[in-house]
Design a protein around this ligand. Structure first.
Ligand code: 13P
Ligand code: SF4
Length: 303
């Protein structure tokens, strides 16, 4: 923490001076999560908070689609991302033309797109979802068949609980697709009594081995409520680091996978953003309205 302290102080001072707010995803490193975030949360919480911010500038500490979502919800505000190369394997797996093709294949089916998509794909979708509201959103759609994009594993996990027929795009998260059911069984053998909690972007056989599955916020809440003696969080590495700081009584077994996109964000480039006003995130005028409709419909179903 000693080496982070000057950055944390400088960032927090500049935020006030520049009328800026820091929205940070749960996968940010602890010095960002605990040191400079005004709001930290899962994708849904960040989208909801983005509708409430009073500051003129939003510094999005997360990946590019999250910054786009904030811009879509706040076209009049300045949205900055400390490194615009912070992408997402899900968001880059699908285009609006792919959505049009799926609509043609399943006429009349509603398109539910994960927020992990570009503004263009959101604009081409009927409604968005996140991992914390996906089941409710799918269930709320008219018709027997629902198209889910772009995460094939999330879609299969939802299909296992849904009354709808779910057809899906086969995108995957590079962090969660790497976990295997065999690996989870090995944790149980090595650490008897261990609690295993997984993110629904994991393959269905991994989810089937877990004691709980939920969004990053759901996973954090589960650990804080159940306070297991030992836990494995089957997700991105910073999650255990961030929750461990708040739950010293819980022992975290830490096999995890790093998201290289999330890890592009650092205290150094957050400070750079505040100083320089870079990198500004813009969304094509024509996409803002239809993309916002899809995000706002999601928030309306959730609230
Ligand atoms: P949530 O925080 O909504 O669970 O999403 C996880 C994720 O992978 C975001 O990139
Ligand atoms: Fe995308 Fe996965 Fe990284 Fe989240 S963790 S930004 S879903 S690649």
């Amino acid at each position: 923490w000693m080496r982070f302290a000057p950055y944390v102080r400088a960032i927090n001072a500049l935020k006030a001076e520049k009328d800026a707010v820091v929205l940070a995803h749960n996968y940010m490193t602890p010095e960002i999560f605990h040191g400079v975030a005004d709001v930290a949360g899962d994708s849904l919480q960040l989208a909801i908070e983005a509708t409430k911010v009073r500051q003129q500038t939003i510094i999005q500490c997360g990946v590019h689609f999250m910054a786009e979502t904030s811009k879509i919800l706040n076209p009049q505000k300045t949205v900055l991302i400390p490194d615009s190369r912070a992408g997402c394997s899900l968001a880059s797996s699908i285009t609006a033309a792919d959505i049009a093709k799926m609509r043609a294949d399943y006429p009349g089916a509603q398109v539910v797109s994960y927020v992990n998509t570009t503004a263009e794909v959101k604009a081409a979708s009927d409604i968005c979802c996140t991992s914390s509201n996906a089941l409710a959103i799918v269930e709320a759609q008219p018709g027997d068949t629902v198209i889910m994009t772009p995460d094939g594993y999330l879609a299969q996990n939802i299909a296992n609980q849904s009354t709808k027929r779910v057809v899906y795009w086969e995108g995957a998260c590079i962090v969660h697709e790497q976990f295997t059911a065999e690996e989870l069984r090995a944790y149980r053998d090595s650490y008897p009594g261990v609690a295993i909690i997984a993110h629904p972007e994991c393959p269905p056989d991994v989810v089937a081995e877990a004691d709980f599955t939920g969004s990053t916020a759901g996973m954090i809440q589960w650990v804080k409520t159940h306070k297991p003696a030992k836990v494995v969080m089957v997700t991105e590495c910073s999650m255990s680091d961030n929750v461990a700081a708040e739950t010293p009584e819980v022992d975290f077994v830490r096999p995890c996978n790093i998201c290289p996109h999330m890890k592009r964000i650092s205290l150094e480039n957050i400070l750079w953003s505040l100083h320089s006003g870079g990198e500004e995130v813009t969304v094509d005028e024509a996409l803002i309205e239809p993309a916002r409709r899809a995000v706002e419909r999601m928030i309306a179903v959730t609230n």
